[in-house]
Write a protein that binds this ligand. Structure first.
Ligand code: PMP
Length: 357
Protein backbone atom coordinates (compact mmCIF):
# COMPACT_ATOMS: atom_id res chain seq x y z
CA UNK A 1 0.00 0.00 0.00
CA UNK A 2 2.64 2.50 1.09
CA UNK A 3 4.88 1.94 -1.95
CA UNK A 4 2.01 2.91 -4.24
CA UNK A 5 2.38 6.45 -2.97
CA UNK A 6 6.03 6.47 -4.05
CA UNK A 7 5.10 6.47 -7.72
CA UNK A 8 4.88 9.70 -9.70
CA UNK A 9 1.49 11.39 -9.32
CA UNK A 10 0.76 11.12 -13.06
CA UNK A 11 1.41 7.37 -12.96
CA UNK A 12 -0.79 6.82 -9.90
CA UNK A 13 -3.59 8.53 -11.81
CA UNK A 14 -2.81 6.92 -15.19
CA UNK A 15 -5.16 4.47 -16.89
CA UNK A 16 -2.77 2.31 -18.94
CA UNK A 17 -3.40 1.56 -22.60
CA UNK A 18 -6.18 -1.02 -22.86
CA UNK A 19 -4.46 -3.39 -25.27
CA UNK A 20 -6.36 -6.38 -26.58
CA UNK A 21 -4.22 -8.64 -24.38
CA UNK A 22 -4.90 -6.60 -21.26
CA UNK A 23 -8.64 -6.58 -21.93
CA UNK A 24 -8.44 -10.35 -22.39
CA UNK A 25 -11.79 -12.14 -22.69
CA UNK A 26 -12.59 -15.44 -24.31
CA UNK A 27 -13.74 -16.43 -27.76
CA UNK A 28 -13.29 -18.54 -30.86
CA UNK A 29 -12.69 -15.80 -33.36
CA UNK A 30 -10.32 -12.99 -32.43
CA UNK A 31 -10.83 -9.86 -34.50
CA UNK A 32 -9.99 -7.23 -31.89
CA UNK A 33 -6.28 -6.44 -32.30
CA UNK A 34 -5.72 -5.97 -36.05
CA UNK A 35 -3.42 -8.98 -36.10
CA UNK A 36 -2.78 -11.16 -39.11
CA UNK A 37 -4.86 -14.37 -39.10
CA UNK A 38 -1.97 -16.44 -40.51
CA UNK A 39 1.63 -16.98 -39.52
CA UNK A 40 4.57 -18.38 -41.41
CA UNK A 41 6.67 -21.00 -39.60
CA UNK A 42 10.00 -19.93 -38.20
CA UNK A 43 12.60 -22.55 -37.34
CA UNK A 44 14.08 -22.35 -33.85
CA UNK A 45 17.41 -20.69 -34.52
CA UNK A 46 20.55 -22.38 -33.24
CA UNK A 47 22.12 -19.28 -31.78
CA UNK A 48 24.85 -18.47 -29.34
CA UNK A 49 23.41 -15.79 -27.12
CA UNK A 50 26.18 -14.89 -24.67
CA UNK A 51 27.00 -11.60 -26.45
CA UNK A 52 24.91 -8.44 -26.57
CA UNK A 53 23.42 -7.70 -29.98
CA UNK A 54 24.43 -4.68 -32.07
CA UNK A 55 22.60 -1.48 -31.04
CA UNK A 56 21.09 -1.32 -34.55
CA UNK A 57 21.78 -4.67 -36.29
CA UNK A 58 23.28 -3.56 -39.66
CA UNK A 59 21.75 -6.37 -41.75
CA UNK A 60 18.32 -5.56 -40.38
CA UNK A 61 18.66 -1.83 -41.04
CA UNK A 62 19.97 -2.53 -44.55
CA UNK A 63 17.06 -4.89 -45.21
CA UNK A 64 14.50 -2.28 -44.10
CA UNK A 65 16.30 0.41 -46.15
CA UNK A 66 16.06 -1.81 -49.23
CA UNK A 67 12.39 -2.57 -48.57
CA UNK A 68 11.32 1.00 -47.80
CA UNK A 69 13.53 2.86 -50.26
CA UNK A 70 15.15 5.19 -47.74
CA UNK A 71 18.82 5.23 -46.74
CA UNK A 72 20.20 3.45 -43.69
CA UNK A 73 20.95 6.70 -41.84
CA UNK A 74 17.24 7.57 -42.00
CA UNK A 75 16.16 4.52 -39.94
CA UNK A 76 16.05 3.47 -36.30
CA UNK A 77 14.65 0.07 -35.31
CA UNK A 78 12.93 -0.62 -32.02
CA UNK A 79 10.35 -2.69 -30.17
CA UNK A 80 7.37 -1.95 -32.37
CA UNK A 81 5.91 1.39 -33.42
CA UNK A 82 4.77 1.76 -29.82
CA UNK A 83 8.31 2.20 -28.59
CA UNK A 84 8.94 4.81 -31.28
CA UNK A 85 5.97 6.88 -30.08
CA UNK A 86 7.37 6.81 -26.57
CA UNK A 87 10.88 7.65 -27.74
CA UNK A 88 9.74 10.64 -29.80
CA UNK A 89 7.84 12.14 -26.88
CA UNK A 90 10.68 11.51 -24.46
CA UNK A 91 13.23 12.99 -26.85
CA UNK A 92 11.40 16.08 -28.04
CA UNK A 93 8.93 17.14 -25.35
CA UNK A 94 9.86 19.01 -22.19
CA UNK A 95 7.43 17.82 -19.49
CA UNK A 96 5.09 20.57 -18.29
CA UNK A 97 6.12 22.87 -21.17
CA UNK A 98 5.67 21.20 -24.57
CA UNK A 99 2.58 19.54 -25.93
CA UNK A 100 1.59 17.07 -28.61
CA UNK A 101 -1.39 17.28 -30.96
CA UNK A 102 -3.60 14.32 -31.81
CA UNK A 103 -6.65 14.03 -34.07
CA UNK A 104 -9.14 11.82 -32.25
CA UNK A 105 -10.67 9.33 -32.74
CA UNK A 106 -7.24 7.82 -33.29
CA UNK A 107 -4.72 5.35 -31.86
CA UNK A 108 -4.58 5.61 -28.06
CA UNK A 109 -0.87 5.31 -27.40
CA UNK A 110 0.05 8.88 -28.42
CA UNK A 111 -2.03 10.25 -25.56
CA UNK A 112 -1.01 7.57 -23.05
CA UNK A 113 2.73 8.08 -23.68
CA UNK A 114 2.38 11.85 -23.42
CA UNK A 115 0.50 11.52 -20.13
CA UNK A 116 3.15 9.12 -18.82
CA UNK A 117 5.85 11.73 -19.40
CA UNK A 118 3.84 14.68 -18.07
CA UNK A 119 3.41 16.17 -21.54
CA UNK A 120 0.16 17.98 -22.44
CA UNK A 121 -2.11 16.76 -25.20
CA UNK A 122 -4.13 18.95 -27.51
CA UNK A 123 -7.04 17.14 -29.15
CA UNK A 124 -7.79 18.75 -32.50
CA UNK A 125 -11.22 17.62 -33.75
CA UNK A 126 -11.28 15.99 -37.18
CA UNK A 127 -13.51 17.35 -39.95
CA UNK A 128 -16.89 15.98 -41.12
CA UNK A 129 -15.19 13.18 -43.05
CA UNK A 130 -12.95 12.25 -40.10
CA UNK A 131 -9.88 13.76 -41.80
CA UNK A 132 -7.38 15.93 -39.90
CA UNK A 133 -8.26 19.63 -40.03
CA UNK A 134 -5.02 20.73 -41.68
CA UNK A 135 -5.69 24.46 -41.62
CA UNK A 136 -6.46 24.30 -37.89
CA UNK A 137 -3.30 22.25 -37.30
CA UNK A 138 -1.18 24.85 -39.10
CA UNK A 139 -2.28 27.45 -36.57
CA UNK A 140 -1.44 25.36 -33.51
CA UNK A 141 1.77 25.81 -31.58
CA UNK A 142 3.02 22.40 -30.39
CA UNK A 143 6.12 20.19 -30.52
CA UNK A 144 4.79 16.99 -32.08
CA UNK A 145 1.83 16.48 -34.42
CA UNK A 146 0.65 12.86 -34.65
CA UNK A 147 -1.32 11.85 -37.74
CA UNK A 148 -2.26 8.22 -38.22
CA UNK A 149 -2.63 7.01 -41.84
CA UNK A 150 -4.44 4.64 -42.34
CA UNK A 151 -6.06 5.94 -39.19
CA UNK A 152 -6.89 3.40 -36.52
CA UNK A 153 -9.89 3.09 -36.19
CA UNK A 154 -11.57 5.26 -38.89
CA UNK A 155 -9.43 4.25 -41.88
CA UNK A 156 -8.91 7.83 -43.04
CA UNK A 157 -5.79 8.45 -45.11
CA UNK A 158 -3.53 11.43 -45.03
CA UNK A 159 -3.77 13.98 -47.88
CA UNK A 160 -0.14 14.07 -49.04
CA UNK A 161 -0.24 17.64 -50.41
CA UNK A 162 -1.79 18.99 -47.23
CA UNK A 163 0.67 16.98 -45.15
CA UNK A 164 3.65 18.45 -47.03
CA UNK A 165 2.23 21.94 -46.54
CA UNK A 166 1.70 21.30 -42.83
CA UNK A 167 5.21 19.92 -42.36
CA UNK A 168 6.72 22.91 -44.19
CA UNK A 169 4.71 25.34 -42.07
CA UNK A 170 6.20 23.69 -38.97
CA UNK A 171 9.80 23.63 -40.16
CA UNK A 172 12.25 24.37 -37.30
CA UNK A 173 9.26 24.46 -34.91
CA UNK A 174 7.78 20.97 -34.67
CA UNK A 175 7.91 17.39 -35.96
CA UNK A 176 5.01 16.00 -37.96
CA UNK A 177 4.71 12.27 -37.36
CA UNK A 178 2.77 10.00 -39.70
CA UNK A 179 1.97 6.63 -38.17
CA UNK A 180 1.98 4.19 -41.10
CA UNK A 181 1.52 0.99 -39.09
CA UNK A 182 -1.02 -0.23 -41.71
CA UNK A 183 0.47 1.37 -44.83
CA UNK A 184 1.11 -1.90 -46.72
CA UNK A 185 -2.67 -2.27 -47.06
CA UNK A 186 -2.80 1.11 -48.88
CA UNK A 187 0.74 1.13 -50.20
CA UNK A 188 0.40 3.99 -52.70
CA UNK A 189 -0.59 6.39 -49.92
CA UNK A 190 2.73 6.41 -48.07
CA UNK A 191 4.28 9.75 -47.16
CA UNK A 192 7.82 8.39 -47.59
CA UNK A 193 8.50 10.39 -50.78
CA UNK A 194 8.10 13.56 -48.71
CA UNK A 195 10.98 12.67 -46.40
CA UNK A 196 13.51 14.17 -48.81
CA UNK A 197 11.64 17.52 -48.88
CA UNK A 198 10.70 17.80 -45.19
CA UNK A 199 13.41 17.35 -42.58
CA UNK A 200 10.81 17.49 -39.78
CA UNK A 201 8.66 14.66 -41.13
CA UNK A 202 8.77 11.33 -39.28
CA UNK A 203 7.19 8.04 -40.40
CA UNK A 204 6.40 5.11 -38.10
CA UNK A 205 6.33 1.57 -39.45
CA UNK A 206 5.92 -1.92 -37.98
CA UNK A 207 6.25 -5.60 -38.78
CA UNK A 208 3.18 -6.33 -36.61
CA UNK A 209 0.47 -5.98 -39.26
CA UNK A 210 1.12 -6.82 -42.93
CA UNK A 211 4.20 -8.85 -42.01
CA UNK A 212 2.21 -10.95 -39.50
CA UNK A 213 4.93 -10.56 -36.85
CA UNK A 214 3.18 -8.85 -33.91
CA UNK A 215 4.80 -11.42 -31.62
CA UNK A 216 8.37 -10.30 -32.25
CA UNK A 217 7.84 -6.60 -31.43
CA UNK A 218 9.80 -4.93 -34.20
CA UNK A 219 9.16 -1.52 -35.76
CA UNK A 220 11.01 1.26 -37.56
CA UNK A 221 11.12 5.03 -37.52
CA UNK A 222 12.03 6.78 -40.79
CA UNK A 223 13.22 10.39 -40.63
CA UNK A 224 16.01 12.83 -41.44
CA UNK A 225 19.37 11.59 -40.06
CA UNK A 226 19.39 14.44 -37.50
CA UNK A 227 16.14 13.12 -35.99
CA UNK A 228 17.46 9.56 -36.04
CA UNK A 229 20.66 10.62 -34.27
CA UNK A 230 18.62 12.33 -31.58
CA UNK A 231 16.50 9.19 -31.08
CA UNK A 232 19.69 7.12 -30.79
CA UNK A 233 20.45 9.06 -27.61
CA UNK A 234 17.26 7.99 -25.83
CA UNK A 235 16.85 4.48 -27.25
CA UNK A 236 17.44 1.45 -25.05
CA UNK A 237 21.01 0.22 -25.61
CA UNK A 238 19.96 -3.07 -27.26
CA UNK A 239 16.35 -2.71 -28.39
CA UNK A 240 16.42 -5.58 -30.89
CA UNK A 241 17.40 -8.98 -29.52
CA UNK A 242 19.51 -11.32 -31.66
CA UNK A 243 16.74 -13.86 -32.50
CA UNK A 244 14.36 -11.02 -33.45
CA UNK A 245 16.95 -9.34 -35.67
CA UNK A 246 17.50 -12.67 -37.45
CA UNK A 247 13.81 -13.36 -38.05
CA UNK A 248 13.06 -9.79 -39.15
CA UNK A 249 16.06 -9.69 -41.51
CA UNK A 250 15.09 -13.02 -43.05
CA UNK A 251 11.49 -11.89 -43.64
CA UNK A 252 12.52 -8.53 -45.11
CA UNK A 253 15.13 -10.13 -47.34
CA UNK A 254 13.63 -13.41 -48.52
CA UNK A 255 9.92 -13.40 -47.73
CA UNK A 256 8.56 -10.12 -49.06
CA UNK A 257 6.44 -12.07 -51.55
CA UNK A 258 4.55 -13.74 -48.68
CA UNK A 259 3.73 -10.35 -47.20
CA UNK A 260 2.51 -8.98 -50.54
CA UNK A 261 0.34 -12.05 -51.09
CA UNK A 262 -1.12 -11.75 -47.59
CA UNK A 263 -1.98 -8.09 -48.15
CA UNK A 264 -3.66 -8.87 -51.46
CA UNK A 265 -5.71 -11.70 -49.92
CA UNK A 266 -6.74 -9.72 -46.84
CA UNK A 267 -7.68 -6.66 -48.90
CA UNK A 268 -9.88 -8.83 -51.09
CA UNK A 269 -11.55 -10.53 -48.11
CA UNK A 270 -12.04 -7.08 -46.52
CA UNK A 271 -13.61 -5.54 -49.61
CA UNK A 272 -16.05 -8.43 -50.03
CA UNK A 273 -16.91 -8.31 -46.32
CA UNK A 274 -17.61 -4.56 -46.51
CA UNK A 275 -19.78 -4.98 -49.56
CA UNK A 276 -21.90 -7.64 -47.83
CA UNK A 277 -22.15 -5.52 -44.68
CA UNK A 278 -23.49 -2.61 -46.70
CA UNK A 279 -26.43 -4.69 -47.84
CA UNK A 280 -27.57 -5.24 -44.23
CA UNK A 281 -30.24 -2.89 -42.99
CA UNK A 282 -28.86 -2.71 -39.45
CA UNK A 283 -25.58 -1.30 -40.75
CA UNK A 284 -25.67 2.49 -40.58
CA UNK A 285 -22.20 3.28 -41.88
CA UNK A 286 -19.11 1.44 -43.10
CA UNK A 287 -16.06 3.67 -42.73
CA UNK A 288 -13.42 3.61 -45.49
CA UNK A 289 -11.50 0.34 -45.13
CA UNK A 290 -7.84 1.05 -45.84
CA UNK A 291 -6.00 -1.19 -43.35
CA UNK A 292 -6.60 -4.77 -42.15
CA UNK A 293 -9.71 -3.65 -40.26
CA UNK A 294 -12.97 -1.87 -40.81
CA UNK A 295 -15.00 0.36 -38.53
CA UNK A 296 -18.75 -0.10 -38.75
CA UNK A 297 -21.62 1.80 -37.13
CA UNK A 298 -24.58 -0.44 -36.39
CA UNK A 299 -28.07 0.55 -35.32
CA UNK A 300 -28.15 -2.13 -32.58
CA UNK A 301 -26.40 -0.75 -29.46
CA UNK A 302 -26.10 -4.28 -28.03
CA UNK A 303 -24.32 -5.82 -31.00
CA UNK A 304 -20.79 -5.73 -29.57
CA UNK A 305 -21.89 -7.54 -26.41
CA UNK A 306 -23.97 -10.05 -28.33
CA UNK A 307 -21.10 -10.86 -30.69
CA UNK A 308 -18.96 -11.50 -27.61
CA UNK A 309 -21.58 -13.91 -26.30
CA UNK A 310 -21.23 -15.76 -29.61
CA UNK A 311 -17.45 -15.93 -28.93
CA UNK A 312 -16.54 -13.43 -31.63
CA UNK A 313 -14.25 -10.86 -30.06
CA UNK A 314 -14.34 -7.41 -31.68
CA UNK A 315 -13.29 -3.95 -30.50
CA UNK A 316 -15.90 -1.53 -29.22
CA UNK A 317 -15.54 2.22 -29.93
CA UNK A 318 -18.92 3.28 -28.56
CA UNK A 319 -17.34 5.55 -25.94
CA UNK A 320 -15.10 7.43 -28.40
CA UNK A 321 -15.94 10.85 -29.86
CA UNK A 322 -18.50 10.60 -32.69
CA UNK A 323 -18.32 6.79 -32.74
CA UNK A 324 -21.52 5.76 -30.95
CA UNK A 325 -22.47 2.14 -31.73
CA UNK A 326 -19.29 1.73 -33.79
CA UNK A 327 -17.29 -1.48 -33.74
CA UNK A 328 -13.87 -2.12 -35.27
CA UNK A 329 -13.56 -5.51 -36.93
CA UNK A 330 -10.10 -6.84 -37.81
CA UNK A 331 -9.92 -8.76 -41.07
CA UNK A 332 -9.38 -12.46 -40.39
CA UNK A 333 -9.36 -15.33 -42.83
CA UNK A 334 -12.26 -16.17 -45.14
CA UNK A 335 -13.85 -18.66 -42.73
CA UNK A 336 -13.64 -16.25 -39.80
CA UNK A 337 -15.18 -13.42 -41.81
CA UNK A 338 -17.98 -15.62 -43.14
CA UNK A 339 -18.86 -16.68 -39.57
CA UNK A 340 -18.63 -13.10 -38.35
CA UNK A 341 -20.93 -11.87 -41.08
CA UNK A 342 -23.42 -14.69 -40.53
CA UNK A 343 -23.47 -13.99 -36.79
CA UNK A 344 -24.01 -10.26 -37.30
CA UNK A 345 -26.77 -11.10 -39.71
CA UNK A 346 -28.40 -13.51 -37.28
CA UNK A 347 -28.29 -10.94 -34.47
CA UNK A 348 -29.70 -8.07 -36.42
CA UNK A 349 -32.04 -10.46 -38.30
CA UNK A 350 -31.98 -8.86 -41.67
CA UNK A 351 -31.73 -10.74 -44.95
CA UNK A 352 -28.47 -10.86 -46.82
CA UNK A 353 -27.25 -12.69 -49.91
CA UNK A 354 -25.00 -15.66 -49.24
CA UNK A 355 -21.42 -14.74 -48.31
CA UNK A 356 -18.49 -15.54 -50.65
CA UNK A 357 -19.47 -18.35 -52.95
N1 PMP B 1 0.21 2.48 -34.51
C1 PMP B 1 -1.04 2.06 -34.75
C2 PMP B 1 -1.95 2.95 -35.51
C3 PMP B 1 -1.48 0.83 -34.26
O1 PMP B 1 -2.74 0.45 -34.48
C4 PMP B 1 -0.58 0.02 -33.54
C5 PMP B 1 -0.97 -1.32 -32.97
N2 PMP B 1 -2.23 -1.65 -32.89
C6 PMP B 1 0.70 0.49 -33.33
C7 PMP B 1 1.08 1.72 -33.84
C8 PMP B 1 1.70 -0.29 -32.54
O2 PMP B 1 2.29 -1.23 -33.32
P1 PMP B 1 3.48 -2.15 -32.82
O3 PMP B 1 2.94 -3.52 -32.71
O4 PMP B 1 4.51 -2.00 -33.89
O5 PMP B 1 3.95 -1.59 -31.52
Amino acid sequence: MATQQLARKTIIELTPYQSARRIGGHGNIWLNANESPDSADYPQPQLRLNRYPEFQPPELIQAYADYSGVSTDQIIAGRGADEAIDLLIRTYCEPGIDRIVINPPTYGMYGICAKTWGVDILEQPVDEEFNPDYSALEKIDAKLFFICSPNNPTGSLVDLDKLAKLAKSKQDKALVIVDEAYIEFSADKSAKELLSQCDNLVILRTLSKAFALAGIRCGFTLAHPDVIQMLFKTSAPYPISTPIADIATEVLTNRLGEMKQRVQTLNQIRNEFCEKLLSLEGVEHVFPATGNFVLVRFSDPELFKEMGEQEIVLRDFDDKPRLKRSIRISIGNEVEMAKTLATIQKIIEKPIKEYAS
